[in-house]
Design a protein. Structure first.
Length: 297
């Protein structure tokens, strides 16, 4: 389906050890995580809280297993008063760390006033003033320019519980930012979770997409989230996310749309689950098999 060598396959450590919920996978070591990533057939990884902070040590451990860093998350706080310069400084440090590791993509999510880590209902996202929207857009353009000067790109990650979680907010931030500086991370799971359609997201922003997160949704759990007004973290514990092919999302049309738009880059399997309920190696292999069967990769 995809042209030869156009797609690389990565997987996030969040299936083994969860940064937001340390009790999930707290017993799993960094070494077990990357050993199993490689054993499942992946060549890339995102970064988790147990990964070495020394880029030389981290790069060596990954290369010994045929892995490299594909991308990594950074929270920004441009919408919160007085936090712009700290956010810029954090970005520069994060960018330089990823650059040392050979990564090209920086995943960006505006987390000012978000409820992602709170006990609040996941759909009660924050509402920003026009001024706050402008602050975020200006901040994203600023770090996007910094990334470009370092031969890197930023990919905006819309996310449940943040200001930009659904299609409407994503459209707004894409319209307000420079398309040459601010790109998009398509996350299939968060698109569906928010009530949108990941296929539409791909079709609309094909040329602007620089990273793809593949996660699926268990519809009965999402129904429970809405009925019982669960928080984002409660929904993760309940098992709302799973690997592609194990939920309700139609991936064939999404893969076809990505191919039609000549997407080149990483597919990152990112499905946070409780590793005691969903064995990470088993689910990583399941995801790898699904991708091979449905894309030929």
């Amino acid at each position: 389906m995809f042209s030869k060598n156009s797609i690389q396959l990565s997987i996030a450590p969040i299936a083994w050890t969860n940064d937001d919920l340390p009790e999930l996978g707290g017993h799993i070591t960094f070494e077990q995580c990357i050993d199993e990533m490689a054993a499942a057939g992946f060549t890339g990884s995102e970064i988790g809280n147990k990964y070495p902070k020394d880029p030389i040590v981290l790069k060596s451990a990954l290369e010994n297993r045929g892995l490299q860093i594909s991308s990594a998350w950074l929270s920004t706080f441009f919408s919160e008063e007085g936090r712009t310069e700290d956010t810029i400084n954090n970005f520069v440090e994060h960018m330089n760390f990823l650059k040392t590791l050979g990564a090209k993509v920086i995943n960006i999510c505006e987390c000012g006033h978000c409820i992602q880590m709170t006990s609040g209902y996941v759909f009660d996202r924050p509402n920003y003033s026009d001024e706050q929207w402008m602050q975020v857009a200006e901040g994203l353009n600023r770090v996007g320019e910094m990334a470009r000067k370092n031969d890197m790109v930023i990919a905006y990650h819309y996310h449940m519980g943040t200001m930009v979680q659904g299609a409407e907010e994503t459209d707004r931030i894409m319209e307000m930012t420079d398309p040459d500086l601010v790109h998009l991370l398509v996350d299939t799971g968060h698109s569906y979770y928010s009530g949108g359609d990941p296929l539409t997201m791909v079709q609309k922003y094909g040329s602007r997409i620089r990273n793809v997160h593949l996660k699926d949704i268990r519809q009965p759990v999402l129904d429970e989230v809405k009925t019982n007004k669960l928080s984002f973290l409660e929904s993760v514990k309940a098992g709302v996310f799973t690997v592609p092919g194990d939920g309700c999302i139609d991936y064939d049309s999404i893969f076809q749309a990505l191919e039609d738009n000549n997407y080149q880059g990483w597919f990152v399997v990112e499905a946070e689950q409780d590793p005691d309920k969903a064995n990470p190696l088993e689910y990583a292999k399941k995801a790898r098999t699904f991708i091979r069967e449905h894309t030929g990769i």
